[in-house]
Design a protein around this ligand. Structure first.
Ligand code: DGJ
Length: 431
């Protein structure tokens, strides 16, 4: 039994095995919280776990496999779950219960496993919540491409499917038919050209909220929050949600919890998908905008529908390229840009305040950044001191002696002049 969730870490199920339920969706049923999510081992594609307390998750079933039973329905769909002899990719599965048909209906994102060009949604159904789902095929909703997605069921039973479309540029909203098995109508194309993905929708006091992210592959980016009085009506513009990397997470679901709402997210590991972690944080709303604060641990009390959060103070940071892709790394001698990896300690930096500036200290080796871009012993020499200049949400790191600007641009480290357009980074707490 665990008594809390360590945010950002992979989770173990009640048998001590890693939980693979990435891009998860949740459903309350039979007095349990059910969690459905991605698993990519062998022919497994969607796994289901259940919990009474949101912290201890019991594995129930691989509810969708490449080999699952396939059955067409009234719409023309593609029933293949293999491509070029290999299993396809299934992402972000979400399940709703349809009162009308007494069926559990799963919607998900389908790709052929080789590239991201199919951009289809797919459906599966089952008579029981955690039984073997029957695959009902993939398709392009009203001919659109569809990638990151979610489902939302309103109080009157009307269900909506949200999916990034037009090559991720617009967030499409589809009202579903009353059996949840097809699209009734496309009702919105939200925030055209703003490239939002990872939608998660919930309703509080009659108002709808959508959390989403920017599009940067597996790298975390600035989350966003928007709201509307009607799903099919006018949505607000997007406000920042969380820090520049949403505390190293990407939304997957918002779970109502008594009077509270829990933000549930993936911490995708860009170099080790199976090591991806989970994040559960309370959402607060102020003037129509959702917020989260980081907490290292969270514990739930399901009886009283309350939670407690705990945090450890950390002075560890990562220095990220403006484009979210590269991170400053060092081996103690040189500096270079590396892809994000949560296991890579060489990406962690501390800032030591000195008279006249800061040492930029590489935590793993204890060496500090010097004005020529190499690593040296920590000292008060002006060539070892840096100042930080904030430019909106980004930072320029400027050497006190030479005035050179140090930065990470994509996968490159740059040491330039004050007017160099590449010298912008974001400094993000380790979390
Ligand atoms: C980010 C998405 O949110 C994930 O579901 C996945 O599709 C990755 N992109 C793939 O790069």
């Amino acid at each position: 039994m665990v008594t809390s969730i360590r945010n950002g870490m992979p989770m173990l199920d009640t048998d001590g095995k890693p939980v693979h339920a990435h891009g998860a969706g949740f459903l309350e049923d039979n007095g349990y919280y059910y969690m459905f999510g991605e698993v990519r081992e062998g022919d497994k594609r969607v796994a289901c776990y259940r919990s009474k307390d949101l912290m201890n998750w019991e594995f129930r079933n691989v509810v969708l496999r490449i080999t699952s039973e396939k059955k067409p329905h009234y719409m023309r769909t593609d029933l293949e779950l293999t491509y070029q002899g290999k299993g396809v990719n299934i992402e972000r599965p979400k399940v709703l219960y349809c009162e009308k048909t007494k069926q559990y209906v799963m919607w998900m994102h389908y790709e052929n496993g080789v590239d991201y060009n199919a951009a289809r949604c797919a459906i599966a159904t089952c008579d029981t919540v955690d039984g073997d789902y029957v695959y009902r095929g993939s398709f392009n909703p009203v001919g659109n491409d569809a990638r990151d997605c979610t489902l939302y069921k309103d109080e009157d039973g009307t269900a909506y499917f949200f999916a990034s479309g037009r090559d991720n540029a617009d967030m499409m909203v589809y009202r579903l038919s009353d059996d949840y098995m097809s699209v009734d109508e496309q009702v919105k194309a939200l925030w055209p050209g703003q490239y939002r993905e990872a939608p998660a929708v919930f309703k509080k006091n009659g108002k709808y909220y959508m959390l989403s992210s920017m599009c940067t592959g597996w790298n975390p980016n600035q989350g966003g929050s928007a709201s509307a009085f009607e799903i099919e009506g006018r949505w607000s513009s997007i406000s920042d949600f969380g820090d520049a990397v949403t505390f190293n997470s990407q939304p997957t679901y918002v779970l109502p919890f008594g009077e509270h709402f829990i933000y549930i997210a993936d911490r995708w590991d860009p170099v080790d998908y199976d090591n991806s972690g989970y994040i559960f944080l309370p959402v607060t709303i102020e003037d129509g905008v959702c917020h989260i604060e980081w907490a290292d641990e969270i514990a739930f009390d399901v009886k009283t529908k309350t939670y407690s959060v705990f945090s450890i103070e950390s002075e560890d940071y990562r220095i990220m390229a403006n484009g979210f892709t590269g991170y400053l790394a060092s081996d103690g001698f040189d500096v270079f840009a590396r892809p994000l990896s949560y296991k890579n300690e060489n990406l962690i930096w501390n800032f030591w305040k000195k008279n006249g500036g800061y040492n930029i200290v590489h935590r793993a080796t204890g060496k500090a950044l010097s004005s020529d871009g190499t690593m040296r012993e920590i000292s008060d020499k002006p060539s070892m001191l840096w100042r930080f200049e904030k430019v909106e949400d980004r930072v320029r790191i400027i050497n006190v002696e030479s005035g050179k600007v140090f930065g990470v641009h994509g996968r490159r480290v740059v040491l330039g002049n004050q007017d160099d357009k590449f010298g912008y980074v974001r400094i993000v707490k380790k979390y």
